[in-house]
Write a protein that binds this ligand. Sequence first.
Ligand code: ATP
Length: 264
Amino acid sequence: MLQYREKEVLELQKVSWKRDGIRILSDINWQVNKGEHWAILGLNGSGKTTLLNLINGYLWPTTGNISVLNQPFGKTDLRLLRKSIGWVSSSLQERIKETSLVEDVVLSGKYASIGLYDTPDKTDIEQAETLMEQLGFSHLKGRSYRTCSQGEKQKILIARGLMANPLLLILDEPTTGLDFLAREDLLMSIEKMAEAEHAPTILFVTHHMEEILPIFSHTLMLRDGQVFAEGETRSVITENKLSTFFSIPVSIEWREGRAWMTRK
Ligand SMILES: Nc1ncnc2c1ncn2[C@@H]1O[C@H](COP(=O)(O)OP(=O)(O)OP(=O)(O)O)[C@@H](O)[C@H]1O
């Protein structure tokens, strides 16, 4: 595990990524500091997944510099770094063994494994139980993962991601496929988790404005592989900026710290 006391969680300087002569990401400058949680907003194909793959070191930038948890890429052991990063995505969901018990899926996060290969100790079991309670699914203990709903599965995977006490937690479109109630329930669990003591820095990828909860102090907007806007959420989520971003006039209504968008 990395020992990490610095202020800076993430720094990208002039990062570009090209594939087959096409620039997928251009000139990304982005800094995330401790104490901030970021939403990443972008249309399909804007480069969000590519950006996450760069941060995790699964892709290498064509140009520019990346430093994650104060570890400059090129001088760092990426396998060690990845132990400090939790990543919850739909591709992870597909890799979970459907017959596993809910608590074993959570516990497997301790070893960054998909199955449960090591024997968990008492502290691990207690930690898993605390996370299940915090995220509101203690009642699913003893059930198989297969029998859980989509919203429950997302909570299980977030708890799994938290088992290794990551410093950075990436939630890549966690609300995909959820109905209104399941989505709100998951968002409230994420909010509670973010407010807990020793919570990791969260990067939350979404297509939907209203999912940017007040805990997301900052927002990065990506368009066509470029940073369209970045900074404090209230200064980024404005009618003017969003109308340009979506190329249609939109209005925003703020309710309980969340921006609800409609077409004008
Ligand atoms: N390995 C690759 N080779 C060629 N093109 C790629 C590759 N990976 C991504 N792209 C292209 O880069 C662009 C950005 O893709 P990316 O998956 O990062 O977008 P995204 O914002 O995550 O989209 P979505 O919201 O649909 O998941 C797309 O046009 C995609 O086709």
